[in-house]
Design a protein around this ligand. Structure first.
Ligand code: KG4
Ligand code: ZN
Length: 351
């Protein structure tokens, strides 16, 4: 089955063609990072306008690279939310128009859930069937730090999320405090390589004994106070500070993963890690050495926002709903910015 994926929730426009949920035939991403860098973060209206100019050419490129015709597409999956509403509407409107024109089923997809499937792209279906589910999955991005228990590719039981900042957001804010450009995560990782992770003591946020949740604002405030008190930092002091911060920011993720493995016990076969922070090499090392369970990380191109992960989840959802053609041809749904709301139908009362 040939699935077209479309993603436009934040600052990456992406279009992909994926066969049977795992085999990526093409995956095109147009990043807006350079456009937003001058503002120090993503500007929603600028993002929406950039998606508008990027989406059509990207679709043409994705179809050409996959060596298919638009009529060969069997299913369209599109990010419904969460994300920036103006940005989402570009992808959703494009997808609805294309689905109507091609008369193909359309599947709205949750962006955060789709990230998890980034970790499974390119793997053999038999390996996934035998060695992955039930699993724990952790999405660590600029907007989310969500830990799920999954007994199938489409069931997401939220076990923990952040009380305040997301992990990637904390990397970005700390980078700003240190005068580093956006996005800060990759810059901190590079500087941390030359630093000593035990050089600066960091507060332990949500220890293993505490509840299943994440919290990053205390760590960010600690960094702000430390840098203000310290004044200017030499190159080696900055490297030590980055390494110490990174160790605690990632350490918190590993502590909660261990705790979740204990809670779910022998039921869990593997751990899937996804989202921008999953690109961090130190994080990969920590997970491999500290968790006594198989772990799957996405290829670097599928850590960031991409459309192949959207196509993958759309395919799994389709397999559940495939007998409900009416549902699949229905376009009467909206994009959602933060939370998914049930549609409220106004009641008309006759006197
Ligand atoms: O998944 P993503 O591309 O976009 C969102 O949906 O947010 O994640 C971007 C986030 C940013 O906060 C970025 O700083 C962080 O992922 N990030 C990293 C690394 N690469 C990206 N954080 C730590 N280490 C990295 N190597
Ligand atoms: Zn994302």
């Amino acid at each position: 089955m040939i699935v077209l994926g479309i993603e436009s929730s934040c600052d990456e426009t992406a279009v992909a063609i994926v066969k049977n949920g795992h085999e990526v035939l093409s995956s095109k991403i147009a990043s807006q990072v350079n456009v937003h860098r001058v503002f120090g973060g993503v500007v929603p209206e600028v993002a929406a306008r950039e998606h508008l100019t990027a989406i059509q050419p990207l679709f043409a490129e994705a179809v050409a690279e996959a060596k298919i015709e638009p009529a060969d597409i069997d299913l369209i999956g599109v990010t419904q939310g969460p994300g920036l509403i103006g940005a989402l509407l570009v992808g959703v409107s494009f997808a609805k128009g294309l689905a109507s024109y091609l008369a193909k089923p359309l599947m709205p997809v949750d962006h955060v859930h789709a990230h998890v499937h980034g970790a499974l792209l390119g793997l053999e279906e038999s390996l996934i069937d035998e060695h992955v589910f039930p699993c724990l999955s952790l999405v660590v991005s600029g907007g989310h730090t969500n830990l799920y228990y999954m007994d199938s590719p489409t069931s997401f039981e939220l076990m923990a999320s952040t009380l305040d900042d997301a992990c990637g957001e904390c990397f970005d804010k700390v980078a700003k405090i240190l005068g580093l450009p956006y996005p800060g995560g990759p810059k901190i990782e590079v500087l941390a390589r030359n630093g000593n992770p035990s050089a600066v003591s960091m507060p332990t946020m949500v220890s293993e004994k505490q509840k299943m949740m994440f919290s990053y604002s205390g760590l960010k405030t600690h960094m702000l106070n430390f840098v203000e008190k310290q004044g200017s930092l030499s190159e080696s002091e900055c490297a030590d500070l980055c390494a110490s911060f990174q160790e605690e920011a990632l350490g918190q993720l590993v502590r909660k993963l261990k705790q979740a493995v204990q809670i779910k016990g022998s039921n869990v076969k593997s751990v899937l890690i996804a989202g921008g922070v999953a690109a961090n090499k130190r994080f990969r090392e920590m997970v491999h050495s500290e968790l006594k369970i198989s772990s799957f990380f996405p290829k670097l191109t599928y850590c960031v926002d991409n459309a192949a992960m959207i196509a993958a989840l759309a395919w799994h959802e389709y397999n559940i709903d495939k007998n409900d053609q009416q549902l699949l041809m229905n376009h009467d749904w909206d994009a959602y910015s933060r939370y998914r709301f049930e549609k409220v139908i106004p009641q008309v009362h006759s006197m």
